[in-house]
Write a protein that binds this ligand. Sequence first.
Ligand SMILES: [Fe+2]
Length: 311
Amino acid sequence: MTEKKYTTNYDWPDSGPSPELIERAVPIRFIKNCPNLIAEDYTVDKESIQFDANKPFFNDLFSWTSKQINSLTKSPGVLLFKLGNYHLTDKQLKSLYYAIAQGLGQLNSRYGELFEVRDRNLDHTKEAIPVSKTSASTGFHTDSTALSYSPDIVGLLCLQPAEIGGESIFANAHDLLQWMQNYYPESVQVLSEPIIRDVITPGSKADIEAIKKNRFPVFSFDNDLFQFRYMRYWIITGHQRSQTFISPELIKALDRIDEYFQIKDNLFYYKMEQGDMLFINNHFICHNRTKYEDNERQGKKRTLLRTWINL
Ligand SMILES: [Fe+2]
């Protein structure tokens, strides 16, 4: 990577973010007046948004959401709305979440606009499926392994937290880049080259050639927009499945990323509660989830509703 002027817009304060720094209140008028957007089959009823009588509500809401975007495009890059105390039904929560997400940007439908993150008793180490369909720890990552698509913002609505575990952990990848430039500049160079990733997106052909073409840098600047696109697991399996040699320099660079994630002061922990809406910048914030266990006796499964949003 060539010399670059870095903006400090991305950087976290030395103490890292705190729940107070990332939490914003949703005005009560939006909570009380949000129309039901969720149809009987739990899909989104889009006509409700277009409906004339709802226009003043959405104009008001979208004007408010446009003022929240700064917290996402710049530090801290994480935005939390806590609605658990309002005793809203799942349908009301989903409606408000969908409306806020719509206000933030364009929703991607690659996995459905509202994708349920819950354990489907699958194992991502046995088949190429997203870790969002398992209860395993994900490792630090940014979402999407596809060359052609990366969400700007990842949204999560917590409908049911896990019985045990399932905590979210965040790290600031721009801080990581600066740390690496100080201590291991040669690894920054390695991670700025295009690197193979596994192909796991549904509907995409996962043959060797497709995986070999699915390569892009971990660190990049596109028109001064910093992007960190990373998940160690899919980098390793992408090389293995496409029978591509992994250089020792690449392994060393990945180990150094892990070294950064092992320093507790670099991390921000948050366990989502029922009614929490969390929005994360997917370019300079990477996230991790600890492994979790559901309460099988009570049939309660950890359920989050994910959105992928582009600004
Ligand atoms: Fe994720």
